[in-house]
Design a protein around this ligand. Structure first.
Ligand code: UDP
Ligand code: MG
Length: 136
């Protein structure tokens, strides 16, 4: 049985700033993802705070929200079988130092905070995050 899913991906400011968005999109496409919607935007800090609300009690929350709103980002809906998990695999570990060879974060990530990409961590959050950016 096929299990086509959608997940939300963000190319973060550190990667857009280095003009890596096309290369990263190519990595998704060559790994069998369809980019069904995408837009390049810059968000307000208050929007980043809403987006990352699950992390609101974490010590890195304020810096994380300042960072995500610090420059242009590319937000995309990715579609593929088991897209949520497959995208997490392709992204690699949160800390690029721990990310495996061949993952986006290993290849492009600078540090745990500047780790180039975001990806939804569950089907439920994928739906919430897709609605956050693409419901209008
Ligand atoms: N983050 C950070 N410091 C930490 C942990 C996380 O700056 O100690 C940032 C990092 O950019 C990460 C984001 O917060 O991508 C969200 O954290 P999460 O644990 O959800 O990691 P992810 O799902 O992005 O791998
Ligand atoms: Mg996460």
């Amino acid at each position: 049985m096929n299990n086509i899913e959608q997940t939300l991906s963000i190319i973060k400011p550190d990667a857009v700033e280095r003009n890596l968005d096309n290369e990263i999109k190519e990595m998704f496409i060559s790994n069998g993802f369809k980019i069904t919607k995408e837009k390049k935007i810059q968000i307000e800090k208050s929007e980043a705070e809403n987006f990352y609300k699950v992390h609101e009690t974490k010590p890195f929350y304020n810096d994380l929200c300042s960072y995500l709103s610090s420059g242009p980002i590319v937000v995309m809906i990715l579609e593929k079988e088991n897209a949520v998990l497959k995208n997490r695999e392709l992204m690699g570990a949160t800390n690029p130092k721990d990310a495996k060879e061949g993952t986006i974060r290993k290849k492009y990530g600078i540090s745990i905070d500047k780790n180039s990409v975001h990806g939804s961590d569950s089907k439920e959050n994928a739906k919430i995050e897709i609605d956050f950016f693409f419901k209008d």
